[in-house]
Design a protein around this ligand. Structure first.
Ligand code: SAM
Length: 235
């Protein structure tokens, strides 16, 4: 990914501001982050703000998969505010050193449903999930299949770095059967089950799956109660 790396020493905030027309607080929290390192693609910053903004200064329960150097949890604490419950999980035991700083850190794999369920039990539920973990297709899918059913109604499930879906190294590839966007396509078919007579790919999810937003390398999945669609003529 070296070819995409932004020039060391150039103005990160200015780049995001100019290219994406974004000037919210998250720009300063990211570009001005000090101490523990946070690593994000520039175009993610306005996307985060668009989907996570409504949860700011609320008692949101936020789970980030992938703690790494601890900087993202610090950024999220400054962004969401003191009432947020922030948990980060990571397979790397070194990340335990960040436990209790900006949030709680638990060590385990995102590919382990028992571990994920225990973390959510401890959190008392979850409103927002951000998957920035291994980016291995099977892991991303296991985490989604485990955590999405536990996501609060009205919650947001975001997966980032999905350019990995095109990489064999992550179990993906262009139109590869395990490319996560193929799984998304199945969810889209299920969301439209009213209009075709094929079997559901993922029975149960269609009851809550109201919207899917795809950006460059990011998927955002909404969760709301689904109602049988109706239309009317009003004059
Ligand atoms: C891209 S880094 C996270 C960066 C951090 N969120 C940030 O924004 O600075 C990915 C992290 O996922 C962790 N990871 C890798 N495999 C994992 C797994 N199976 N379960 C949980 N975490 C995993 C790695 O140890 C690494 O710290």
């Amino acid at each position: 990914m070296r070819k995409y790396r932004f020039d060391e020493g150039a103005d990160v905030a200015e780049d995001i501001r100019t290219k994406y027309g974004f000037d919210g607080d998250l720009l300063d929290l990211y570009a001005g982050n000090k101490g523990v390192q946070v690593h994000k693609w520039h175009h993610y910053i306005p996307i985060y703000d668009r989907y996570f903004g409504p949860y700011r200064n609320t008692p949101v329960r936020f789970l980030e998969i992938g703690v790494n150097k601890g900087g993202s949890l610090q950024m999220w604490r400054n962004y969401f505010g003191p009432d947020a419950t922030l948990f980060g999980i990571d397979i790397n035991e070194d990340c335990a050193q960040y436990n209790g700083q900006a949030g709680q850190v638990r060590i385990g794999s995102q590919a382990d449903p028992n571990f994920l369920n225990k973390v959510i039990d401890e959190m008392g539920g979850v409103d927002v999930v951000l998957d920035d973990g291994s980016h291995v297709m099977s892991h991303v899918r296991t985490s989604f299949e485990t955590l999405y059913p536990r996501l609060e109604t009205g919650g947001t499930y975001m997966i980032e770095d999905l350019h990995t879906a095109y990489k064999h190294k992550y179990g993906g590839g262009y139109r590869h059967p395990d490319n996560f966007f193929g799984f998304m396509r199945e969810l889209i078919d299920d969301m439209h089950h009213w209009y075709h007579d094929k079997k559901l790919h993922h029975p149960g999810l269609e009851a809550h799956f109201t919207g899917l937003h795809i950006h460059d390398s990011i998927a955002v999945i909404d969760k709301e109660p689904v109602h049988a669609p109706v239309h009317s003529r009003v004059s």
